[in-house]
Design a protein around this ligand. Structure first.
Ligand code: PNS
Length: 165
């Protein structure tokens, strides 16, 4: 049984992430999507909301489990007997950061394996932070994230605005 982990912040999940999940599930008996719980980053969505959203948009795609984690990725990998961590690479700009992370993770845990998937070119410019920026300024994000995520974002923004009134 091959268990792979796709970790990330997913604030929010984008069509680029969905591409990696759709392909990653094909070579995993079980694919765990691990949402980083990092309150110090002041995310748009809480970790619970991100987990709920990802469960909804990945429902029916295969043997996928959505979980959250805090602390070191390598600790989660050890504890859950993960065979490999999957990460998407959009462009050469991602490479340096990903290379450093993969090397650091291997330094922390010598059995750690990272598999990189090249994001399909049509998603190569999409990032969660740009999606949030475009959305906050009223731009159209329909092609960038799953439809349900657009709904979640509208509700969240309304709630946030009501909270500041
Ligand atoms: O979606 P992101 O923000 O690019 O994901 C980054 C993530 C969550 C994979 C990375 O920040 C991480 O693994 N954080 C957990 C803390 C950790 O292990 N840090 C050392 C990594 S070298």
């Amino acid at each position: 049984m091959r268990i792979n982990l796709y970790p990330g912040t997913f604030d929010p999940i984008t069509n680029g992430h969905m591409d990696i999940i759709n392909r990653g599930v094909n070579f995993s008996d079980k694919l765990i999507i691990g949402v980083l719980n990092n309150p110090s980053k002041a995310p748009f969505f809480s970790v619970e909301e991100r987990v709920e959203m990802i469960k909804e948009v990945t429902n029916g795609l295969g043997n996928i489990v959505v979980d959250s984690f805090s602390g070191l990725l390598t600790n989660y990998v050890k504890k859950n007997h993960i065979d490999a961590v999957i990460r998407g690479l959009r462009a050469t700009t991602d490479f340096e950061y990903e290379f450093q992370m993969a090397q650091m993770n291997r330094k922390l845990y010598s059995e750690m394996e990272t598999i990189f998937l090249m994001t399909k070119s049509e998603y190569s410019y999409i990032s969660s932070s740009l999606v949030k920026e475009v959305f906050m300024f009223g731009g159209d994000i329909e092609d960038l994230v799953p439809a349900k995520v657009v709904d979640y974002m509208k509700i969240k923004l309304n709630n946030k605005m009501e909270g500041t009134k």
